[in-house]
Design a protein around this ligand. Structure first.
Ligand code: 4GN
Length: 267
């Protein structure tokens, strides 16, 4: 069971609600690896996140434990057999009646940080991972609440897509990341790309760390970072910039970036 969790991070104590994630998959051993490492592993250890896998093979009724079936209309490839998937969904729903059931596939809604943020505020979620050529369309219509796509490409099963979603959601749960501000400073959290980052040594291949990061002036550093975020978004992802309204300071900083960029490119 998930519930209120008190977590100490140094001097602070963060109250958080653990999230329950159920995954319906023919490869539970693959999906469970997502909680073996890094920040997702720590979230699971701290009970901020509870991951349960459900294997349709365990719900088969024949002695061969068949989980695939032939498509009506013929053609190559198989579909997931309906009865084991449907019975697995019912079993999950008995334990998690309120979680949204999300099917991962290229036909889904293109995944964004905002969708993940909204979902991570819920107490629970259920991911259904397809294999073969997918599942019967009527199961999608009758059982699935949302279809998500992690991008315009095909992978051989929904598991890696579900793991992407689980990782991205886990780091949005308060208390998962070391620093309170880490997630809010990521790319996309403010609709912008992240600024460049530098660490030691001061010089690599004749290229030095930007001067402003070395002088300890925090106002200047903050301005520089936002200017770089805006500039990189302008250069690389103008679509993101069009979707965002810039305030006065942001417009000014972006103009500074553009002026400098154009001065450099006309040399
Ligand atoms: C999801 C699943 C791509 C995505 C997938 C995606 C497995 N490929 N872009 N592969 O989010 C047919 C059966 C393809 C399930 C599905």
């Amino acid at each position: 069971m998930t519930g209120d969790v008190l977590l100490s991070t140094g001097s602070r104590t963060i109250r958080s609600i653990g999230m329950r994630i159920d995954v319906i998959t023919l490869f539970p051993q693959l999906v469970k690896q997502v909680i073996d490492c890094g920040v997702v592993g720590r979230a699971a250890e701290n009970e901020l996140l509870q991951l349960e896998c459900w294997n349709p093979r365990e719900y088969t009724l024949d002695k061969h434990r068949t989980v695939d079936d032939r498509p009506y209309g013929g053609g190559p490839g198989m579909l997931m057999k309906v009865q084991p998937v449907e019975d697995t969904i019912h079993a999950v729903r008995r334990q998690n009646p309120n979680g949204r059931l999300i099917y991962l596939g290229p036909q889904g809604k293109p995944l964004t940080q905002n969708m993940l943020k909204l979902q991570s505020k819920q107490q629970s979620v259920i991911f259904l991972c397809g294999r073969y050529e997918g599942i019967d369309e009527r199961l999608i219509e009758q059982q699935v609440d949302e279809e998500w796509s992690i991008g315009d490409y095909v992978i051989s099963g929904g598991e890696l897509a579900a793991m992407v979603c689980i990782d991205a959601m886990a780091r949005l749960i308060p208390g998962t990341l070391g620093h309170d501000q880490s997630a809010s400073q990521d790319s996309f959290s403010e609709g912008l790309l992240d600024c460049p980052h530098y660490t030691r040594p001061e010089s690599i291949g004749g290229c030095d760390v930007p001067e402003v990061l070395m002088n300890g002036n925090h106002r200047q550093i903050e301005d520089w970072r936002l200017r770089q975020s805006l500039g990189r978004t302008w250069l690389r992802r103008p679509d993101l910039l069009e979707a965002k309204t810039l305030d006065k300071r942001e417009r000014y900083l972006l103009q500074e970036f553009i002026d400098e960029f154009e001065a450099n490119s006309s040399m």
